[in-house]
Design a protein around this ligand. Sequence first.
Ligand code: ATP
Length: 282
Amino acid sequence: MAYLELNNINKTYGKGASATEVLSDINLHIEEGEFVAIVGFSGSGKTTLVNLINGLLKPTSGEVLYKGKKVEGTSHERGVIFQNYSLLPWLTVYQNVAIAVKEAFPKESKKFIDERVKEYVDMVSLTPALNKRPKELSGGMKQRVAVARSLAMDPEMIIMDEPLGALDALTRGNLQDEILNIWNKNKRTALLITNDVDEGIYMADRIIPLRPGPNATLGPEFKINIDRPRDKTALNDNIEFKKTRNNIIEYLMDIGSERTANSDVVYELPDLEPKDLRWDFK
Ligand SMILES: Nc1ncnc2c1ncn2[C@@H]1O[C@H](COP(=O)(O)OP(=O)(O)OP(=O)(O)O)[C@@H](O)[C@H]1O
């Protein structure tokens, strides 16, 4: 039994003539302690997949099992970091994080909650913004609050839906490392949805492409055989990194051009440009 299992998942939106099958025959098994990345094309169904795992959506057919039990709704055992922040606009940064920490640790003291909120807000370098409301923050700052809020709840499984998309390279690199630290230190299981192949290789044990939809399905997995902790600066010269990166990009380009040739829809490719300079920020 895997920690998280998706068995023969199909998800259709709409009914009758307007029905669209977004995900088809998705099978994914993640073991406890693993870090898996799914890299997909824009609009291929990545958020739908996250919402099925989180329990916000029900599959049209198939089942999602978490620790052997069918997922029937949301739970803070599985913490999701969404790409669209979902902060409560009337609460400050402190209050947005505190409300989540209280929910995850209902029996803990006020002091514990206060310290934990401040620790995680500091981790995302937002201590000066503790008393600001979301409307006073930039998109990247809001995204960092969302990261702090999810990680402060100490979920058993960290599920990330393009969580670092709106961030500059330096902040993005720092948060990748914070997420990896928490995953490693607390022996958590992680699923990262990203359109950045380099980010996937830096962070994950395996990368699985999501083929473009409709009827998106998972492609073959690519194992990342690079020792941890990984050194960003050294990665660009790592033969295994270059080989894996080329293999994944080649696969994505092939399926992208295959689908474009067969339809009128223009698919936006994942972030495939070399980002060599990015690693120099550390
Ligand atoms: N509630 C819904 N009802 C109908 N169609 C939907 C619904 N939610 C998503 N879709 C459609 O399903 C497809 C996949 O959407 P989804 O948001 O899962 O993709 P995504 O890969 O996360 O996209 P992006 O990379 O742009 O965030 C899209 O064509 C979208 O229009």
